[in-house]
Ligand binder design. Structure first.
Ligand SMILES: [Zn+2]
Length: 271
C-alpha cells in the first residue's frame, strides 16, 4: 500500500503517497473535493471513493509530476490555465523517472515504493480551468481559489474556511522553489511574495497549511514569506548549498530556504 491516510479534521483526509507528496480529500455535504492527485502510483481514485460517497471535484494545485501525475485516473480535473500544458505533457516515463530519482536520492526507503498498474495509466482527464476567486461549493463548505504564481506559473492555494485549512500546494514550503519561467526573476519573486501576503492576511480563517508534501504550521509558512521579503529588500544573499538532492544557490532565513531560478538548473550536480 503506497498511502498513509490521516483524518486531520472531521471529513478532511491527508493522504501521504509513499512519503513523497501529499494529497487531500475534503468531504462536503453535497459534494466533495480531491486536492492534488499525486504521482499516480496506485489506485488513488479507489482510495478517494472509499472515503467519500458523494460526487467530487478534482483540483490540482499545480502542474508538476508529483501533484498532477495521477490525475489521469479521473474523468475531469481543474487546474489553472497557466499550468495546463505542463500537466498535459506529463508522460508515464516522467512519472517513472521521478520515482526512480526519489528512490535513488533516498527520499523513500529502498524498495518501499509499492507501484501498481496505475503507474502505466497514460490517460489524461478532461482539464477544466480554475482561476483567482473561483469558488467550489461543497454544500456545508466552500473552497476558494487564490492564485500564487512563483513555484510554477499557475500555482494556486485553496482556502477551506469551514475546516480552517489553506491547501497551499508547493507555494510556501520550507524549501521553497520559485521556478516559474521568468525573464525578471526579482519581479517574479515579488509577485509570489505579494500574493502570499494577500493570502496570509486572511490567516484568521485557517489554522494550518495543507502543503503539497506535508502539513505546514502557519508560522513556518510565514517564515518562508519573510525569507522572500528579505531577499527583495537585499538583506539576504544566496549561498550555494547541497540540500537533499539539490545543489544550487539558496537563500536562507531561520529554517526556511528559497531558490529563485530555473527548475533544470536546480538538479544540476556540477554547479
Ligand atoms: Zn511542485
Amino acid at each position: 500500500m503506497c498511502w498513509t491516510v490521516n483524518e486531520i479534521k472531521k471529513g478532511v483526509w491527508h493522504v501521504d503517497e509513499s512519503g513523497l507528496n501529499a494529497m487531500y480529500v475534503v468531504k462536503g455535504s453535497k459534494m466533495s473535493a480531491v486536492i492534488d492527485a499525486g504521482t499516480g502510483i496506485g489506485d488513488f481514485k479507489g482510495l478517494v471513493e472509499s472515503l467519500v460517497d458523494n460526487p467530487y471535484v478534482v483540483l490540482i494545485t499545480h502542474g508538476h509530476v508529483d501533484h498532477a501525475g495521477g490525475c489521469g485516473q479521473f474523468i475531469e480535473a481543474y487546474i489553472n490555465e497557466r499550468d495546463y500544458q505542463a500537466a498535459l505533457n506529463i508522460k508515464v516515463e516522467d512519472r517513472e523517472r521521478y520515482l526512480k530519482n526519489m528512490e535513488s536520492a533516498g527520499a523513500v526507503a529502498p524498495g518501499s515504493l509499492s507501484i501498481a498498474e496505475e503507474l502505466k495509466n497514460d490517460k489524461k482527464p478532461e482539464f477544466r480551468f480554475m482561476k483567482e476567486g473561483d469558488i467550489f461549493d461543497l454544500g456545508d463548505k466552500k473552497l476558494v481559489i487564490y492564485e500564487m504564481t512563483g513555484h510554477t506559473a499557475g500555482s494556486v492555494c485553496i482556502l477551506d474556511e469551514a475546516d480552517r485549512i489553506l491547501f497551499s500546494g508547493d507555494s510556501v514550503n520550507d524549501l521553497e522553489l520559485i521556478c516559474a519561467p521568468a525573464k525578471d526573476r526579482e519581479a517574479l519573486l515579488k509577485k509570489w511574495y505579494e500574493a502570499g501576503k494577500r493570502i496570509f492576511a486572511r490567516k484568521d480563517s485557517f489554522d494550518i497549511c495543507g502543503g503539497g508534501h506535508c502539513l505546514i504550521p502557519i508560522e513556518k509558512a510565514e517564515e518562508t514569506l519573510t525569507c522572500g521579503e528579505m531577499i527583495l529588500s537585499g538583506e539576504l544573499q544566496a549561498k550555494v548549498e547541497k540540500v537533499h538532492f539539490f545543489h544550487a544557490p539558496f537563500y536562507k532565513y531561520k529554517d526556511s530556504r528559497l531558490y529563485n531560478g530555473d527548475f533544470a538548473a536546480l538538479h544540476s550536480e556540477d554547479k
